[in-house]
Design a protein around this ligand. Structure first.
Ligand SMILES: *Cc1c(COP(=O)(O)O)cnc(C)c1O
Length: 388
């Protein structure tokens, strides 16, 4: 028996559970109308909420930065990988977020790993929403802190856990997605801030899906709840509404300075590429100058939500959402895969998400400002004819 034969057996188990995953090749630029596996499809599976990933201004900025600085940053930020562009981007993020400062990581995933490992260690405790993103879970494990999950958005349970557990540890950190990526609902930010204050905890909010989307200025979850004046660690990504790549943490000057000295995934990795940095910078300018994109997105959300409530056999199948992520609960993994496939055949690209990514199988629809109402109508018709 080879030492590697368990891998084949594991793959067989994955297949049997209907958990096997594959990539979906999209050719061309992305956007609303895509070519998926050689067939045209309307895209309801992208995180490009504002339609910026194919925007000429971002593309031109990326090209200009590549011509000026080359393709790679060629080193870690503290050694040879820092360019003036990186600092400009960090200042732009801090301005958007209305924080003292910001630090840019090479991805959102790395931002979470680095920040969690820098903020807490084995003598500390993390209180985590049970539906938090995988990168927060991995970062929590990596930090060595004790991790206590609380039921999704359940502030009463969190309070109980804080009462019982917090005194046994040195530092405390509450961690939550701002917009839950696989559900579309928001964290109860004001209550989390209150609890953090009451129980002497830090609070980290992952604004991957809120950045550029939520709030009157598009600054994210904090902007939505108008809670910008309270102490908080705001993490986010440049890879979703900002159409680029990279992650960030925004907050107090001391926090950011500390992360520059203590976040291993910032110190020991190559700086973000000039092209990605410049594209994100151009995207932030658009977020600030074109609020109509957010307005359009909100209109789409309301329109599709109403439509779905009309056509779903049970209204409860539509998960609560305050974001461009709308999820329809489906009974099991086999069913959700078949529904995703049927939609595909109707020319609609909707993600079928199943365990272990989420606790229950669902169709996950993401909206873009660049969708048109006829696209939403087509989706509604196709969903109507499915047995959901
Ligand atoms: C996408 C995502 C991340 C990771 O961000 P990347 O920049 O893609 O690495 C982190 N947290 C949440 C909630 C996300 O949805």
């Amino acid at each position: 028996m080879s030492s590697y034969s368990w891998i084949e057996r594991s793959l067989t188990t994955i297949h049997k559970a209907n958990w096997y995953r594959q990539v979906q090749p999209i050719s061309g630029r992305g956007g609303v109308e895509v070519n998926l596996n050689g067939t045209p499809a309307i895209n309801f599976a992208s995180n490009d909420y504002l339609g910026l990933a194919g925007d000429e201004r971002l593309i031109e900025a990326a090209i200009a930065a590549t011509r000026e600085y080359g393709t790679g940053s060629t080193g870690s930020r503290l050694l040879s990988g820092h360019r003036p562009l990186h600092r400009q981007l960090e200042e732009a993020i801090a301005r958007l977020k209305q924080t003292d400062d910001a630090i840019v990581f090479s991805s959102g995933y790395l931002a979470n790993l680095g920040t969690l490992t820098a903020l807490v260690g084995p003598r500390d405790v993390i209180f985590a929403d049970a539906y938090n993103h995988a990168s927060l879970r991995q970062g929590s494990l990596l930090s060595g802190a004790t991790v206590r999950d609380y039921p999704h958005r359940d502030v009463d349970s969190l309070r109980q856990q804080l009462q019982q557990q917090r005194p046994q540890f040195r530092r405390g950190l509450i961690v939550s997605d701002g917009v839950f990526s696989m559900d579309g609902d928001l964290c109860p930010l004001p209550q989390l801030l209150d609890l953090a204050e009451e129980y002497d905890c830090m609070l980290l909010v992952d604004d991957a899906h809120g950045t550029g989307v939520l709030g009157s200025r598009g600054a994210g979850t904090v902007d939505y709840f108008k809670a910008g004046d309270r102490p908080l660690v705001q993490m986010g990504t440049l890879s979703k509404a900002l159409g680029s790549l990279g992650g960030y943490v925004a907050g107090d000057a001391a926090l950011i300075d500390y992360l520059r000295n203590r976040a291993p995934t910032w110190i020991y990795t190559t700086g973000l590429s000039p092209a990605d940095t410049a594209a994100a910078l151009a995207a932030i300018a658009i977020v600030e100058q074109e609020p109509q994109r957010r307005e359009q997105l909100r209109q789409h959300q309301a329109y599709l939500k109403k439509k779905l409530l009309n056509i779903l056999p049970q209204k409860s199948q539509l998960l609560p959402s305050e974001s461009p992520i709308l999820c329809i609960q489906v009974k099991d993994a086999a069913h959700v895969m078949a529904s995703g496939q049927a939609l595909r055949e109707a020319g609609l690209f909707v993600c079928a998400v199943r365990p272990p990514t989420v606790p229950t199988s669902r169709l996950r629809i993401t909206l873009m400002a660049s969708h048109e109402s006829q696209h939403l109508d087509r989706l509604g018709e196709a969903l109507h004819s499915l047995v959901l």
